[in-house]
Design a protein around this ligand. Sequence first.
Ligand code: NAP
Length: 234
Amino acid sequence: MNRSVLVSGGNRGIGLAVARAFAEAGDRVAVTYRSGEPPAGFLAVRCDVTDPAQVERACQEVAEEHGPAQIVVANAGITRDRLLARMSEDDFGSVLDTNLAGAFRLVRHTAGGMMRAGGGRIVLISSVMGLSGSAGQANYAAAKAGLVGLARSLARELGSREITCNVVAPGFVDTDMTRALSETQRARILGQVPLGRYARPEEVAAAVRFLASEEAGYLTGAVLPVDGGLGMGH
Ligand SMILES: NC(=O)c1ccc[n+]([C@@H]2O[C@H](COP(=O)([O-])OP(=O)(O)OC[C@H]3O[C@@H](n4cnc5c(N)ncnc54)[C@H](OP(=O)(O)O)[C@@H]3O)[C@@H](O)[C@H]2O)c1
């Protein structure tokens, strides 16, 4: 493997695990990072996915350094959990802008290169909450559900160009995002997961790598849950 891979939000958590999984397979991996130090071992491009110009520039830089991205993983995401009565316009808009429009921007600036190359793989990181809904997460669940519509539209639009577009829907993964939950919340969640534990980021990364593999060449528009059984039935 020596493909040009681009992962947004690849400086920590699931994104970093995804970047490492591709690098271990021998791919040329670029990550975007918004804050802090860039992770070692990758081409790291600073980029806030809510800024269209930064996304465009990041995609250009990756194309110049590694060649146009053949695999794009839209992973950057945030939560701003509040019950509806307390959810502001900004709480709603910023989560949609980061999690949904951020993925759109990344794909918009990389799909052309994939078309010219005669193929590519797009993977969007959604969430089990996008399918089941979640009290206190109307913004997050709406954004994550939106990714399914985005992916399936792109699967139809780009399929004839040998570009697949799939969604990975993790359940609870042990990262900073879930470490912010209280012990009570964590215990309640674990009680609902048939496998009785959180996922490791590497387990989500394995699903992403599979969707980008030769073996997954005929898979497109799919939503692959990596949730320990939490979302069964959705
Ligand atoms: N953890 C879970 O249980 C879980 C479950 C289902 C789905 N997911 C999804 O998986 C993805 C990764 O989550 P995680 O658990 O690894 O979260 P995390 O540890 O909080 O990391 C989030 C990543 O997204 C980046 N990011 C956030 N806003 C950004 C922006 N405006 N522009 C660019 N980058 C931005 C962060 O950059 P900074 O370092 O600069 O903040 C960080 O790299 C998210 O889309 C999340 O919704 C997570």
